[in-house]
Design a protein around this ligand. Sequence first.
Ligand code: UDX
Length: 455
Amino acid sequence: MAVIARQCSNITVTVVDISEERIAAWNDADLDNLPIYEPGLAEVVAKARNKNLFFSTEVDKAIQEADMIFIAVNTPTKTYGKGKGMAADLTHVEQCARRIAEVATSDKIVVEKSTLPVRTAEAIQKILEQSPHGAQFEVLSNPEFLAEGTAIADLFKSDRVLIGGRRTPKGEQAVQALVDIYANWIPREKIVTTNVWSSELSKLVSNAFLAQRISSINSISALCEVTGADVEEVATAVGKDSRIGPKFLRASVGFGGSCFQKDILNLVYLSEQYGLDEVADYWKGVITINDYQKNRFTNRIQRALLNTVNGKKIAFWGWAFKKDTNDTRESAAIYMADQLLSEGAEIIVYDPKVPLARMQMDLQILWEYRGEMKTEINGKLAKLYSVNSPAAACTKAQALAVITEWDVFQTQDFETIFNQMKKPAFVFDGRKILNHNQLQSIGFTAYEIGKETED
Ligand code: UDX
């Protein structure tokens, strides 16, 4: 929304949230205190804030004044009831729609920005039609394709903007109104308009295809490790085929983030609902390989440490699900720490953007969801530490695991780090960002994902 305000000075954008704390952070004079860290975001907010971009908790006033309302609330995977662990939880979306219906006294265009299951627009439309004030609504789907860490750049220079609307004169008018906004900075040929369902489904399918590429290359990384092939060389050779392309073929500890797993589960659930079990199984495979990759990497660490990590210190470089973000949702680090802490290891983490409290919370949520006892949880959390430099994490550690690909990890003084570590000192590079010949020559036993390493 900040980018829309920045690019369209004639439009007033009001971002509302029921959380006073979050809105206060958005209004904070110190731009370092914005609730989200995203390169370039602070500059965009600084330029537009209090000119045509406002942050407020006055939800009803903003609803009444708006011509167009974007619903951009969280739709996490359900943790209860029907579809638990698979379907999207639409509680917040529904609450928004009900509030709009109750409060709006004039006609509005309502835009789904959150990623939603197919046919949610229809459900929102039905709720809005209950408006006691006789207001008319047109619901559009306008899914977001930005990636974290490059969100602002992605928004300024999108591959495409997708807008789905009803194929009726009023629907088409609403689609055109939103097209006109994006056309202020996105070339018209990149603005794709479709029916509502195609738009909703395209978002899920885009993420599923991206995740599928990562699982494909990660599955091959396992094969490379036993055959002597190098997954990076394979990815380069395969990606040169212009029909395949080079992007999203980086083998890793497994994909994380708030979208891929959630959206695939959503697609699986949707397919099952329509009795398409083969389709559901096909997409489930992408998640199976991702879980396998996270476990495989952790098992490799355990195997190298002679299957006893109890009492051993293991350094984690990175906790965020990828570099340049403080977001940790579904990060491989959580699942690796879970396994290693449960085996009695001590974990010392350095992440430039993630505080210890966030790491503790991530694990606590996972363990509480599994029904673990408070005493057990506290016992394991007492063995998780965070430090303020990459080198400090390695002091007296037996092994170093590179989990997030932060640039700073490539320029460390590995001689000094080696001297601080217990011997034999192991490096497990889950991102393939370090110079392994250099590490080996210093004396490390260096393992990288997708390449054969002697035990
Ligand atoms: C993703 C989609 O890219 C974006 O279009 C959508 O709107 C939201 O979901 P995001 O989750 O922010 O964006 O991050 P992305 O860059 O796609 O990375 C997702 C995960 O895949 C990260 O954990 C990343 O490290 C991993 N990844 C990505 C790989 O392991 N290998 C790759 O080659 C690319």
